[in-house]
Write a protein that binds this ligand. Structure first.
Ligand code: MN
Length: 525
């Protein structure tokens, strides 16, 4: 376990985005403040409490967060665990940092009450609601949890399991959803170690044995591929082996009867090239050199994964005929893959420096294409939000509280599954989002335990229960008047058609518009 003592200079040195003088000054001040506040307090492991604050801040620095967020990491436990008040934090460091600290404290108030399941739902709900306010609050909370997991050995064993379970089920999920795979992977591995120590030991042993030999082999393959790329004039930035995490290996092993010889990507080769065009060119070169395995080429550049992940994956018969996975991507995709949404602070900061050139290589057109392709809906909204506030500092404060998912809500099933829907969705949209059968058979709905009509507007964070009938049922044509999602709409129409019901034609918008325009013209005359 890592209980290394670090200093504020270690935090500053580990910043992925180099901090300017103002940022460094802020962090020294925040550290001095936290150090004084936590004076005399010790962690369970015996080290000074402020070490936890430093480590949390260091994680935030490493994933490229801005100075204010790192400062919030240093201060995150002060109002909760010391005599310092939130007002004092605000007086010293301003509203923005105080607001983040407050958010992290509130997220921390989740305590075990009621059943496990209730706790789980509550956790997720609070996380998502906080996220809708300011995503940085959640990122600080993830860093806090990561350090707590790294030092979980100091916690009494009866608590370890609960914390590890919550980490696996809530925190790792959220890190994944935000695309911060660096944090997600480590949280999963640590939680796995506490939750299933025997399986963990087994997989780790299998892995260590395979990995050593595998890595030597991979090095040879890398040398060959690098030579081919150079010969064809591809200027790759990096080509190296990347080992799978223990937990993801375990998940995969379960699908392959625990037979490690059937897993081809224990160590994958990762090639980073400047532009998208280079990605496809590099793919061609790799395939020219080594025969690809049929059906294993995955183009996540054209079709990104739901969390925005982009890369090309291919599996080849490498040197000596052994099977290896190769991943090809641009530096920007790489940064996004590791740091997810956090990478956007990196771009924001770097836009003023030469880093821009590092990420945005290629022609203007290509840049636009990358931009367009890579953005998930969330990120797009974040960007718009940043654009709005960039010109106005005062607006920035207000912006912090602007709903991040402006046109987007999260609702929960009674079991705690998250269903995301457009704003103003109804229980019918919710029902179809679960399953078309649930939609068809819906007879009523409860929101937060109370009966509501089926055209009720669901709000962010509500728990929705759909009441259904057992018999097969044709959807109600009236539903078409209020459903919000096109998937529900098209399903209802299809089912009605199949049942031979007459559907009122959709109002002809073009005709209506023309009529409006005509009358407007008349009015002007
Ligand atoms: Mn903490």
């Amino acid at each position: 376990m890592s209980h290394t003592l670090i200093t504020i200079n270690d935090v500053i040195k580990s910043a992925k985005v180099p901090l300017d003088a103002g940022g460094r000054k802020l962090l020294h001040e925040a550290f001095a403040f936290a150090d004084a506040a936590h004076e005399g307090q010790k962690r369970r492991s015996g080290e000074p409490y402020v070490q936890h604050c430093l480590h949390t801040a260091k994680i935030l620095a490493e994933i490229g967060m801005d100075a204010k967020t790192i400062a919030a990491g240093l201060l995150h436990d002060a109002p909760e665990d010391t005599d310092v008040t939130l007002e004092e934090v605000e007086q010293t460091f301003g509203k923005e940092i105080a607001w983040m600290v407050d958010g992290v404290t509130k997220l921390g108030h989740i305590r075990l009450r009621g059943s496990r399941e209730e706790m789980f739902i509550e956790n997720l709900r609070k996380m998502f609601l906080a996220m809708a306010q300011d995503i940085r609050v959640v990122i600080v909370k993830l860093a806090d949890r990561l350090h707590n997991m790294r030092t979980l050995d100091a916690v009494p064993s009866e608590k370890q399991e609960r914390i590890a379970k919550e980490t696996m089920e809530v925190y790792a999920q959220i890190a994944n959803r935000l695309g911060i795979s660096e944090i997600k992977t480590e949280l999963e591995d640590l939680a796995f170690m506490y939750l299933q120590p025997e399986e963990y030991a087994l997989v780790r042993a299998m892995y260590t044995k395979e990995k050593e030999e595998y890595e030597k082999y991979i090095d040879r393959a890398i040398a060959n591929i690098a030579k081919s790329l150079k010969k064809e004039g591809i200027k790759f930035r990096e080509i190296k082996g990347r080992a799978k995490s223990i937990y993801s290996l375990y998940v995969k092993l379960q699908r392959y009867d625990m037979d490690i010889s059937r897993i081809y990507d224990i160590v994958a080769i990762r090639i980073i090239v400047p532009s998208i065009a280079d990605c496809y060119e590099a793919l061609g070169i790799v395939h020219k050199r080594y025969r690809p395995m049929v059906g294993r080429i995955k183009d996540y550049i054209s079709l990104p994964k739901p969390n925005g992940y982009q890369s090309i994956h291919t599996t080849i018969f490498g040197p000596e005929g052994r099977i290896i996975e190769v991943q090809i991507r641009t530096p920007q995709m790489h940064s996004e893959a590791e740091f997810g949404i956090a990478a956007h602070w990196i771009y924001k900061e770097k836009s003023r420096s030469s880093w821009r050139n590092y990420f945005f290589r290629g022609t203007h057109k290509e840049r636009e294409r990358i931009e367009e392709q890579r953005q998930t809906r969330w990120v797009q909204q974040l960007r718009e939000w940043q654009k709005d506030i960039a010109s106005d500092n005062e607006e920035f404060m207000k912006g912090l509280k602007i709903d991040f998912f402006k046109n987007h809500i999260f609702a929960f099933t009674p079991k705690g599954d998250i269903i995301d829907l457009p704003e103003e969705s109804t229980p019918i949209d919710f029902a179809y989002a679960i399953h078309s059968e649930v939609g068809d058979r819906a007879t009523g709905a409860k929101v937060d335990g109370k009966m509501v009509s089926l055209d009720h507007t669901i709000r962010n964070g509500q728990v929705v229960e759909i009441l259904t009938t057992k018999e097969h049922k044709v959807p109600n044509a009236k539903w078409l008047e209020f459903v919000r999602t096109s998937s529900a709409r098209s399903h209802i129409r299809r089912e009605l058609k199949r049942a031979g019901e007459k559907i009122a034609p959709l109002p002809d918008i073009t005709k209506q518009k023309a009529r409006e325009r005509r009358s407007a013209r008349k009015d002007r005359k």
